[in-house]
Design a protein around this ligand. Sequence first.
Ligand SMILES: [Fe+2]
Length: 451
Amino acid sequence: MAVFHDARGYRISTDNALAAAEIFTALENFLHWRADLMPHVKAALAADPACGFAQALHGLLLYGTRNAAFRPMVVDSLKAANAARGAMSAREGRYVDALAAASAGRITEAVSVYEQILAADPTDLLAQRLAQFELFWLGEMAWSADISGRVAPAWNENIPGYSAHLGCRAFDLEETHQFGEAERIGRESVARDPAEVWGTHAVAHVLIMQGRHADGIAWLDGLKDNWAMANQMSLHLWWHRCLFHLERGETDAALAIYDAWVRNRDLPVLKGMPDLYIDMQNGASMLIRLELRGIDVGDRWDELAELTLKRLDDHSSPFTSAHYVAILAAAGHFAEAETAIASMTTFAHADDGTLGPVYLAAGIPAAKAALAHRKGDHEAVIRHLLPARRALWRMGGSHAQRDLFFILLVDSASKLDRRDILSIALADIAGAGFVDVPGRVAYRDAAAALA
Ligand SMILES: [Fe+2]
């Protein structure tokens, strides 16, 4: 068995030089949020189907799309990776362990495997990235910040991927409300690599949390020309830019960006996979926010609904499932929205993995609230969201993303003139880290009503 090493010196076991080269390219492109990814993984597998690390990476990437349709391929990759264990290093084998745990729904177990990889090899950026990804979608960002804090001393600018490590670290710090340090490290990551979209994203989060909307537009506008190679994260950055415009009352700009970027199905990244979870979240979240600003979004819900109708039984992401129900309801598919809720409820009661309890505590109440809000049943919105609001973090997403459900709660409480609930909700929103809640466009009227 020949041995090759990746950019940070970690071993890849294969006898095939082409397979090793393709895996290195895939790895670097993944770590730098580039769209050109799966063709390299597939080329590696074609060159050496017995390369266990390539199989594990293939499975982990497909699993990471949170798309139940890919499950058979994930299972096949796990099987092939397990068969190759004898030729793998202990570190490579741990990625197979992580895939086995994650694909069986034991997500925190997968995270603990990544932690063990990092304990031995703290600059194994793949493990840092995958740990953060899983923890982000469980709302466990303090845990993620602990991990990036533990590995940070091992990093320096001479190690390839330093800018990406800094981007990860910055986002952990932002989501744990360490805004000053998050901005400093995020800006450093982007100064080192202007195409570092995750560092760009971390700073954009700091700016929205701090209400620095003009700064946010300037930040993203100054970097947008670096995103040509980027994956869907570039579209999420455009979604962030829409948030800044919305806060400034610039709904025309937000809608134009929505059409040109956020849900432009002609863009290659959306053509290839129009229903990736982040893009569906971006679309639903922005359309609701625009509608609540009085904007008629026309038939824009329909293309989202068409994609969602194919995923009524996909329970791979509670946060996405809640958005699916919002999409179905907005497009008038009330029966299918109920079907999706019933399906996720059945799953949640049967699941013995990580996500079942998350669906019960957060995903299902959020979904029911989204449906009730669309029906104009504001009492039901409050009934579902008020008791669940302190558990919403468990379905993951950022403070800025989860804010959508607080926007719905505040809108319903406002319509019912429930000032008692408004005062509770606005305090919670401030507790999430937004520094100027009364200045936020979605909360201005509610704050004024309480004054
Ligand atoms: Fe974000």
